[in-house]
Design a protein around this ligand. Sequence first.
Ligand SMILES: [Zn+2]
Length: 270
Amino acid sequence: MTQSELDRILENDPYHIPRKKPREDEIRLFLREVGYHCPLCGKELQSRAQPKPSHKQFQIAHIYPNRPTLQQYAVLYGLERLGKTSEDFENKIALCLSCHDKQDFKTTKNDYEALLSIKKNYLQKSALHDAVDELHLENDLNEIVNQICKKPTSELAVLNMNPVRVADKFEDEDAPILSKVTGYVIQYYTFVRDLFREKDGKEGFVFNALCLEMKAAFLKMDAISKDKEEVFNQLSSLIKRKTASSNQTACEIVAAFFVQNCEVFNEIPR
Ligand SMILES: [Zn+2]
């Protein structure tokens, strides 16, 4: 293929539009997406202590090039591309300067696919995050989380009923998360249920409404990811954010309660 043939192909491909410089607010999103560290080498891209250094430590890179060279076009031919155009958020990622250099200078199929899959993971995480973020749990759960923090384990009435229904909601491959959730349910289910019973019907709190909301959020997340551990972690961190609790375990206990109580994970048919 000659350069002019490639030029013609690119002109006729709606994926290729003129370069767009990311705005400041978009740059913040890109940095937040990668946790302020280069996703390829782990180097810090922006120090939280000094957010505006004299030299930027990062660049916003195209995953699929905005204007591929003949060599890049051949190497990447037929591979998946993210976004509707090369300038979409989906096709860009924050990288440190030296990783960006390498990426641009010599693109290999492996490097491209690795970066593509890193970006897909970030996109999936943020979709999960959005699916639960619209829940307004702060008032409903603040008190519950606080009470769990205060309760000595020795005073818990361990669940007598058979909690194995939890197990029906997980495949074998989910085993570590299954034992974690089961453990919380056995120890805390009764206690958390009683806290909710105590609150139900008071100050506008309707327990069933909360359960429905929770279930709706899970159905949405389930459509995005089948990774139950990821989904469980997203729900726990949502509870943590909304209640501004510093106790991770208490938030996981509440999340486990909803797994058991609200049928949030569909049971796997046997
Ligand atoms: Zn790097």
